[in-house]
Design a protein around this ligand. Sequence first.
Ligand SMILES: [Zn+2]
Length: 283
Amino acid sequence: MAKRRSRNGRPDPADDGATRAGLPIRFSLLTADDRALVDPRTADGEPRALKTSEVVAQRVVADIVRDKLQIGDRLPAESVMLEQYDVSRESLREGLRLLETQGFLTIRRGPGGGPVVVGVDPRNLARMSTLYYHLAGANYEELFDAWLTLEPVVVRQVAETIARDVKRAALEPFFPQPEDTERERFMSTSNGFHAVLANLSGNRVLTLMLQAISHIVTEHIIRDLDPLNERDEISHDHAEIGQAVIDGKGAKAQRLAAEHISHIVDHYRTNYPAAVNELVEWR
Ligand SMILES: [Zn+2]
């Protein structure tokens, strides 16, 4: 039976938590000394210790950052890294493989191959976060709610705090959106508008979080709709939001951003009424 949900996607207070799909979220800020406050379902001791391969991965990342490596740069040869990190070949390879799985490296096979720095791609954060959301039992309403809670506030902050010429230079290329009927290109430009807006905040945490949400929305939801039918409306919304941001009209930009997101969410609710209560898929 479908569980009752309030409009904002949070579980209905009347909904028995025990019947909620997904695993309980561990409140890891609480310590054993505060046992009375710890959810007994999750009070299962310390987080697990890191494996050698994970420690190697951490050291490799620290060295990438310290040495200011850029996208496309190669890591040292395996023999050099074995000496540098003083671990077994197996642990080194497993550590590099972990970073490859997270999307930070690509490992070219064969002679002349080896690990190459890829960069920070929010799509990988999106994929990893959907694993957490899925296991925790989060549904698409909760994802929408998070998006609607976060993005309009960031849009307002950008409108009110960033210099006009900086905002104009960043946003003007997006409106009017090119008369381009090619679906992938339209979606990538639309997504780009949201990415550039978030990036203008100068806050990399917010940029990564919002980009991850945006990628999940694009990959899981907008892909199922036909954005071309909505193209005029989306382009119109983006132009209005962009202009309000450039003009420094924070409250207006926030309201327009909230309306824009609500429009997409309502469109999805209308077309897929059952899907909003489904678990966020891990993909
Ligand atoms: Zn948009």
